[in-house]
Design a protein around this ligand. Sequence first.
Ligand code: PHE
Length: 402
Amino acid sequence: MLLNAKRYSTALIALTLITGTACTKKAETPAPTDASAPKTEAAAPAAPAGSDIIRIGEVGSMTGSEATFGQSTHNGILLALKEINGRGGVKGKKLEVTSLDDQGKPEEAATAVTRLITQNGAQAILGEVASSRSIAMAPIAQKYQIPMVTPSSTNPKVTELGDYIFRVCFIDPFQGAVMAKFALENLKVKKVAILRDVKSDYSVGLANFFTDTFKKGGGTVVVDQSYSGGDMDFKSQLTSIRAKNPEAIFVPGYYTEVGLIGGQARELGLKVPMMGGDGWDSSKLTEIGGAAMNGSYFSNHYSSENQAPEVQQFIKTYKEAYGGTPDALAAMGYDATHVLAEAMARAQSLSPLDIRKELAATKDFHGVTGKISIDAFRNAIKPAVVLKVENGQFKYQTTIAP
Ligand code: PHE
């Protein structure tokens, strides 16, 4: 609804070209395509033994109300692949990615991952961003025993679905605690309202984890309201929230709805700060919410203001390739790809089992989103940053360690 179709098609063309330059064999790397397209089309054969290509499958929301998640992640993945292939690939083979668009729908994500594994011969999967879609994909990757690395799905359940499922990000019990502590200690608020997306595992989980820590710290959730992803009118929930006079509103949703909620909250005279999680991270947040988002806070995986040389180098390379500052999704896509490639490089063979073993053994990988070590539950333990929305910019506030 809020997508500009013309702009997306331009973006798609740009992605196609970049995909081409990232790999040696242009024709074999299709641009992101619709997961539900006819199965006979664009299906690459499984990589034969002795092939000089390692096939990676990527599933992402390239269109729909979370399109920037898929697009940014895809950009980060391509940038990493270009670097990896530029220095000779892995075990003398080039990495090639086939990307499928799930349109932001869990059923499409499931179809896409099945197709990548059974028809394209994917040897590993990157994706998804949104937890509900990773939850739809994980049992399939697990069933076929193909390693799957989600760059940024934070709901705990994702990696609980099997020992082939990994992530390079922190999980929501931590992220919820980060924002609860920030509310209590930095904003010094004790009465908070919650507005959660009941259709999203991420949103429901994060709302619950926030509540746990906030209550333990002496806070009260004065009202807990819900919506369904895709909704556009939040006035009745916001009216109920207004009646309870909260000092802040926690909205752990994705940027399209959050932007709309911000605008409608201000229209109803609700002036208290809004807070959220990584799902806010998109330049669209303030395009949709405008000035209403100013003075709001959210937790995230990375800040582009981090002056560490590797972060600034990544930002510079990304800007040269795509023209904008990378968001956390891009950084996580980039890190996930490097973590996977390093695991493949260390692995005794490129069998899924050997790749899986080395993913599990990832230790102190220096990513642009911080140091990544995979724990016994296949999660990464990393600090989070808190950012403040100020005139369309996300300003670094603080880092909160686990
Ligand atoms: N963590 C979110 C989820 O699990 C996805 C997300 C990550 C969104 C990073 C934006 C930035 O659904």
